[in-house]
Ligand binder design. Structure first.
Ligand code: UD1
Length: 316
C-alpha cells in the first residue's frame, strides 16, 4: 500500500519479516521508500529487542531503520486500529497483492499468461489466493478510486547477494530448493524427488524458478504502476524458463561443489507436471523483467546457506 506525498512514501508491508518480505523491504529502502512492516513471527526469528532478525540484518545492510510492529493480521482490532491510523486517515487506496501462480491450477496450456483461467486450485493456499484476487478485482470494479496490482509469483529461490538474508523455513522444508540446500550443507541426508514419471523430458516436475531479488524488484515496478491510477492489473512474476527437479539438483551441485544425493519417491498430491510463465506483460507494462539466471540463484542460495547453516537462529 502506498501513499502519495512529497516526503518519502510510506509502504505498509504485511509479513515483511519473512523470506520474500524481507527482500522486498530491502529493495523498498534502496528505492527510497519508507516501509512500515507488520509481522506475527509465524515464520520469523526474533532478533534483538522487538525486531525480527531478518529485518535487523536489512537495517545493517542498508544503514536505514525499519519501522516494525508485531501484529497478526487476523487480529481484527489491531488491524482496524492500524488501518484507521494509516489507511483511512491517509486515504490509502492502492494495493500490491502477493498472489501465486498456484491460482492457475493445472495448466491448460504453457507458458501461462495472465488470461489463463484461475480458480480450480489443488490446495487451500491456492484457493485463498484466488478468493482474495477476486475480492480485490470486485473492489476496484465497484469503486474506481481503488488501484491494485496483483502479482502472481512463480517459484522464488536464492537470497540477497550479501548472504545475510535468505529463506529460513521452520521445520522440514516443503519447497524444493530449501530442502536441496539443506542436503548440500549436510543438515539432511537425501532429497526425496516426488515422482519421475511426469510427461517432461526427464520425468521430474518443471517449475519457473525466479531469483527472490528479481521478485522483490517486481514490487517496486508495481508501486510505480499504481501511480498511473491503473485500476486493477495482474502480472506474472516469473522468468519464462522452466527447469526440472533434476536440473535444479545439478545446478545446486555446481554452485556448492557438493554431491546432492536423492531418491525418487511417489508423486506428491496436488503437484502438476510443469508450470512456467509467459512474463511478457510485466515487461510491456511494468518495464520489469527477471535479470538473474539459474547460476546466480544457486550461488546466492548457497552463500546464504553456508554463512547461516541454521538460518536466522544462532545455534549451529
Ligand atoms: C508449492 C506449493 C504451491 C506454492 C509454492 C510456493 C504444493 C502442492 N504447492 O509449489 O502451492 O505456491 O510451493 O513456492 O505444495 N519437489 C521434490 N521434492 C521436494 C520438494 C519438491 O521433488 O522435497 C518437487 C515438486 O514435486 C515440484 C518441484 O520440486 O516438481 C517444486 O516444488 P516446490 O518447491 O514445492 O514448489 P511448487 O510445487 O511449485
Amino acid at each position: 500500500m502506498s501513499r502519495a506525498g512529497a516526503m518519502a512514501e510510506k509502504v505498509l508491508v504485511t509479513g515483511g519479516a519473512g523470506y520474500i518480505g524481507s527482500h522486498t523491504v530491502l529493495e523498498l529502502l534502496e528505492a527510497g521508500y519508507t516501509p512500515v512492516v507488520i509481522d506475527n513471527f509465524h515464520n520469523a526469528i526474533r532478533g534483538e529487542g522487538s525486531m525480527p532478525e531478518s529485518l535487523r540484518r536489512v537495517q545493517e545492510l542498508t544503514g536505514r531503520s525499519v519501522e516494525f510492529e508485531e501484529m497478526d493480521i487476523l487480529d481484527q482490532a489491531a488491524l482496524q486500529c492500524l488501518f484507521k491510523k494509516i489507511m483511512r486517515v491517509h486515504g490509502v487506496k492502492n494495493l500490491v497483492f502477493s498472489s501465486s501462480a498456484t491460482v492457475y491450477g493445472k495448466p491448460q496450456y504453457l507458458p501461462l499468461d495472465e488470461s489463463h483461467p484461475t480458480g480450480s486450485c489443488t490446495n487451500p493456499y491456492g484457493k485463498s489466493k484466488f478468493f482474495i484476487e477476486e475480492m480485490i478485482q470486485d473492489l476496484c470494479q465497484a469503486d474506481k478510486t481503488w488501484n491494485a496490482v496483483l502479482l502472481r509469483y512463480f517459484n522464488p529461490i536464492g537470497a540477497h547477494a550479501s548472504g545475510h538474508i535468505g529463506e529460513d523455513p521452520q521445520g522440514i522444508p516443503n519447497n524444493l530448493m530449501p530442502y536441496v540446500s539443506q542436503v548440500a550443507i549436510g543438515r539432511r541426508e537425501a532429497l526425496n524427488v516426488f515422482g519421475n514419471d511426469y510427461d517432461t523430458e526427464d520425468g521430474t516436475g518443471i517449475r519457473d524458478y525466479i531469483h527472490v531479488v528479481d521478485l522483490a524488484k517486481g514490487h517496486i515496478a508495481a508501486l510505480r504502476k499504481l501511480k498511473e491510477q491503473c485500476g486493477c492489473r495482474i502480472y506474472n512474476l516469473g522468468t519464462g524458463t522452466g527447469y526440472s527437479v533434476l536440473q535444479m539438483v545439478q545446478a545446486m551441485e555446481k554452485a556448492s561443489g557438493k554431491k546432492i544425493p536423492y531418491k525418487v519417491v511417489a508423486r506428491r498430491e496436488g503437484d502438476v507436471a510443469a508450470c512456467y510463465a509467459n512474463p511478457s506483460l510485466a515487461l510491456e507494462e511494468l518495464g520489469w523483467t527477471a535479470a538473474l539466471g539459474l547460476d546466480r540463484m544457486c550461488e546466492d542460495l548457497w552463500r546464504w546457506q553456508k554463512q547461516n547453516p541454521s538460518g536466522f537462529s544462532s545455534q549451529a
